[in-house]
Design a protein around this ligand. Structure first.
Ligand code: PMP
Ligand code: GLN
Length: 409
């Protein structure tokens, strides 16, 4: 006769030796540890500290200036015009069509809006969903570090194992021999991020060819986080995985409208992937969020077709250049100007020998400027004594931050 109720529970506890793990229903100890990250994400920690100490917040990556008024107008119009109910699961068809037209215009690529594009509540969600659609317990995923802080927890939450490979610091380029050595028969995926957060580096075509050479004749999937694709400076070009015909067949490419239209708080992005990958992605997506904020999808459709603002890379490059010229007065070491993204890396060895976490906290509390230390972007918390400044800010914000930093001199 099958055991029921308490008897079953008691037997299970005994069999799996769980008696001592049966913690009270309170405190984190009770809940299963789904990933290895301890504590709160560094972006929340540093933004909260900035607020507490009234510091200029150059830590978390978000613009502090207004969005294009056309975009806020379009959002209000959509809500007023009654577009307030669920949008289709894969995203509003006109938005997917506008994304496809935009990729045709900018990259010359043909993307099928029906079968290859899914609108998502942000890029972080799309990365998680891509991982969830491919990973099983025991799989390995190669992560190039420093890495955006959601990747590792997202992989672990799917029961897979992270195989970290360090980028060369401080230039943040890929050492292809290290990647080759990290590949095993269990490797299921590699996550790429170009332009790179936090490093500000970008991949060239040769990098993609190297990757293609390593994954050829394997079933390794590429998850390509390209949220900063439109933030590339000095006339350089972003190479998308979608432009590599061989890799495109095995890739999820992930984007965020937040970084293009300065609306990070809207949390809307999209995933472009071949039809079979898109099907697998939507199998998960339909039961996670199902769909995405409808009025915002209407507004983004409008702006994609009617954008009159200057290209965002020009706006952001001016900010980077302004910030770098101001920083010449302060003894931070700029190894390389950021080639892309919102972020500039700097060394502080001429200012302090504190560990990077302590240095960033000290700078916030004592000098009123919040930044992000780099060690949280490494699984082994490697401390290269580097911090990350976000320059996606108003000129006056950058001026005031550097005025405060001058007290360091
Ligand atoms: N990937 C990287 C590298 C990022 O910096 C960010 C920044 N937020 C994201 C993904 C997430 O984008 P979203 O806000 O659209 O989730
Ligand atoms: N992507 C942003 C950064 O790197 C922050 C996103 C977040 O706060 N999770 O700063």
């Amino acid at each position: 006769m099958p055991l029921e109720g308490k008897a079953f529970r008691d037997l299970r506890l005994k069999l799996f030796n769980l008696e001592n793990k049966n913690k009270p229903l309170q405190g984190l100890g009770y809940f299963p540890q789904k990933h290895s990250a301890t504590g709160t994400t560094i972006f929340t920690v540093m933004s909260a500290l900035a607020q507490q100490y009234n510091a200029i917040n150059l830590s978390q990556g978000f613009p502090d200036f207004h969005i294009d008024p056309q975009l806020s107008q379009a959002l209000g119009d959509a809500a007023r015009n009654g577009f307030n109910q669920y949008a289709p699961m894969a995203g509003l068809p006109p938005l997917r069509q506008a994304v496809a037209a935009n990729f045709k215009k900018r990259y010359g690529l043909d993307i099928d809006p029906e079968n290859e594009i899914t609108i998502t509540p942000g890029a972080t969600y799309a990365i998680y969903t891509a991982f969830t659609s491919i990973l099983q317990a025991g799989d390995e995923v190669i992560v190039l570090e420093p890495a955006y802080d959601s990747y590792i927890p997202n992989i672990e939450m799917n029961g897979a194992k992270v195989v970290p490979v360090a980028l060369t610091a401080p230039g943040f380029h890929v050492d292809w021999n290290k990647v080759k050595d990290a590949i095993t028969p269990l490797t299921k995926a590699i996550i790429i991020n170009t332009p790179h957060n936090p490093g500000g580096s970008i991949w060239n075509k040769k990098d993609w060819d190297e990757l293609a050479g390593l994954v050829r004749d394997t079933d390794i999937v590429i998850v390509s986080d390209e949220v900063y694709e439109q933030l590339v400076f000095d006339g350089m070009k972003h190479y998308s995985v979608l432009e590599h015909p061989e890799l495109r067949q095995r890739s999820f490419a992930i984007y965020s409208f937040g970084k293009v239209y300065n609306c990070t708080g809207w949390k809307i992005g999209y995933c472009i992937a071949p039809p079979a990958f898109t099907q697998a992605f939507r199998r998960i997506h339909q039961f996670l969020s199902f769909t995405v904020n409808t009025p915002a999808q209407h507004a983004l459709t409008y702006i994609l077709s009617n954008d009159t603002a200057p290209a965002i890379h020009e706006v952001m490059q001016k900010k980077r250049d302004h910030f770098l010229s101001l920083m010449k007065q302060i003894p931070f070491t700029i190894y390389e100007p950021a080639k892309g993204s919102y972020f500039q890396i700097a060394g502080y060895e001429r200012i302090s020998d504190l560990p990077d976490m302590e240095f960033a906290q000290w700078l916030t509390k004592e000098h009123g400027v919040a930044t992000i230390p780099l060690s949280p972007f490494y699984s082994n918390k490697k401390d290269d004594k580097l911090i990350r400044f976000c320059f996606a800010k108003k000129e006056e914000t950058l001026n005031e931050a550097v005025e405060r930093l001058k007290r360091l001199v």
